[in-house]
Design a protein around this ligand. Structure first.
Ligand code: GLY
Length: 362
C-alpha cells in the first residue's frame, strides 16, 4: 500500500508513504527529470542512522546517480548547533556543491531540522529532501517546513521556514527503532486525533494491536492520517501566526516536564503527560465530556504512554510553563480542545487551573 499527499503552501511538495524505497527513484526522476542524474547529492545523517540504514539507502540512490556523498554527525540535541552547520557548509564547499545540487536528510527530527536549515542558507538556498526514519519525524517534523538549530540554551532559536522538495516515508525504517522511541512518536499521532480528527481517535482505539505489532498497512494509515492533519494546519497557517499553534496541544506543559525531569523522559512521553493536563483543562472548561476525557486518558495509557508523573520542582515547572509568554504579548497561549476532535488557543487558562490539572498526574 502507498499513499501520496500534496502539501501546497509557499511551495508545493508531495509526501509519499510506502513500505520500501521502491518508489523513490521514479519520483526523483519525475521531479527533476534526467537532470537528476548529473546533480551532486549529499545525504546528511547521524552516526546511529548511518550505521544501520545509510548503506542500503545509498544503494537505492546510486541506481540513478553516481555523485552521492554522505555526511554524518554525532547524534543528539548537543549536535544541533551552528558548529555542525559550519561543518556541513565546509563539506559542501570542499566537494564543490552549487545551487543546483541537492541535500537529503536521512534520519529523525534533528537530522531533518539541520539539513533543512543548511539547505535554506547554503548559497542562499538549495533543494533538500526529507527521508524521515523515526515515527516522530514521519508524522511531525518532516512536514510543514520548520528548520533550525539551537542557540546557546535556546531550543530551535535560529532557523527558517523552508520546504523540502519531497517527503518520502519508508515505514520499514520504523522496525529499526526501540519500542520506547516508537511509542514516544505515538504521542504526536494521538495528538492529531484529539485536535483534528475524531474518527481517527476511534480508528486508533480499534487498531492498537496492529499498531504495536508494526503492521505495515496500519502504520501507513496511521502516518497518512497524521500527515493529512498536519497538512491541513500548515497549509492554512504556514508561519504559525494562528491556527498552527493548535499543534502545540500538550506541549506547553510537556516542554516544562521535559525540563523538570532533565530530559530523562522522551519528548513524546512528556507531550503525553502534557496532553493529560490539557484534556483535563478542556473538560473543566466544559469543552469535552467526562466520557471523552476518560476514554482519551485510557487511549494514551493503552498506547503505553505515561499518564503519571512525579514533579521534581513545581516552582521551576511554572517558570518553564510561562517561559514563552514574551512571544505572545506577555500572555500564556494555551492550546485546549474546543470540542472533541477540535482545538483552539486561549490566554484564559489560569495558574490555578494548570495547578489543578497537574494534580491528575499524581
Ligand atoms: N511541531 C509543530 C509544528 O510543526 O508547528
Amino acid at each position: 500500500m502507498n499513499y501520496k499527499l500534496h502539501v501546497n503552501n509557499i511551495s508545493a511538495y508531495d509526501i509519499l508513504i510506502n513500505d520500501s524505497y521502491d518508489l523513490l527513484c521514479d519520483k526523483l526522476l519525475e521531479i527533476y527529470g534526467e537532470k537528476f542524474k548529473n546533480k551532486k547529492i549529499c545525504v546528511i545523517t547521524d552516526i546511529n542512522v548511518s550505521e544501520c540504514q545509510l548503506e542500503s539507502f545509498l544503494n537505492v540512490i546510486s541506481a540513478i546517480n553516481d555523485n552521492v556523498f554522505a555526511f554524518s554527525f554525532v547524534p543528539g540535541e548537543h549536535s544541533k548547533t551552528i558548529y555542525t552547520i559550519n561543518d556541513i557548509y565546509s563539506f559542501l564547499i570542499e566537494h564543490s556543491f552549487d545551487r543546483s545540487d541537492i541535500l537529503i536528510a536521512l534520519g529523525g527530527g534533528i537530522v531533518g531540522d539541520m539539513t533543512g536549515f543548511a539547505a535554506s542558507s547554503y548559497m542562499r538556498g538549495i533543494d533538500f529532501l526529507q527521508i524521515p526514519t523515526t515515527l516522530l519525524s514521519q508524522v511531525d517534523s518532516s512536514v510543514g517546513g520548520k528548520t533550525g538549530i539551537n542557540f546557546k540554551e535556546y531550543k530551535n532559536m535560529v532557523g527558517a521556514f523552508y520546504n523540502p522538495k519531497l517527503v518520502y516515508i519508508n515505514t520499514e525504517s520504523l522496525k529499526t527503532l526501540t519500542k520506547r522511541d516508537f511509542v514516544s512518536g505515538l504521542a504526536e499521532v494521538v495528538k492529531y486525533a484529539f485536535i483534528k480528527n475524531k474518527d481517527f481517535f476511534d480508528w486508533i482505539k480499534t487498531h492498537i494491536d496492529d499498531i504495536m505489532n508494526l503492521n505495515s498497512d496500519a502504520l501507513t494509515h496511521l502516518i497518512y492520517e497524521s500527515c493529512e492533519a498536519k497538512r491541513l494546519v500548515v497549509e492554512s497557517d504556514f508561519k504559525e501566526a494562528g491556527e498552527r499553534m493548535i499543534l502545540n496541544f500538550g506541549h506547553t506543559i510537556g516542554h516544562a516536564i521535559e525540563n523538570d525531569c532533565d530530559f530523562k523522559l522522551f519528548h513524546g512521553e512528556c507531550v503525553a503527560l502534557g496532553m493529560c493536563c490539557a484534556l483535563y483543562i478542556s473538560k473543566k472548561l466544559g469543552n469535552i465530556s467526562d466520557d471523552e476525557y476518560e476514554s482519551s486518558i485510557k487511549l494514551i495509557s493503552d498506547l503505553n504512554l505515561p499518564i503519571k508523573y512525579v514533579i521534581q520542582n513545581k516552582e521551576q515547572l511554572f517558570t518553564s510553563i510561562h517561559h514563552d509568554k514574551k512571544n505572545h504579548n506577555g500572555k500564556l497561549k494555551f492550546t485546549i480542545l474546543s470540542s472533541f476532535g477540535k482545538a483552539t488557543t486561549t490566554d484564559e487558562v489560569s495558574d490555578e487551573l494548570i495547578n489543578e490539572a497537574l494534580s491528575v498526574l499524581v
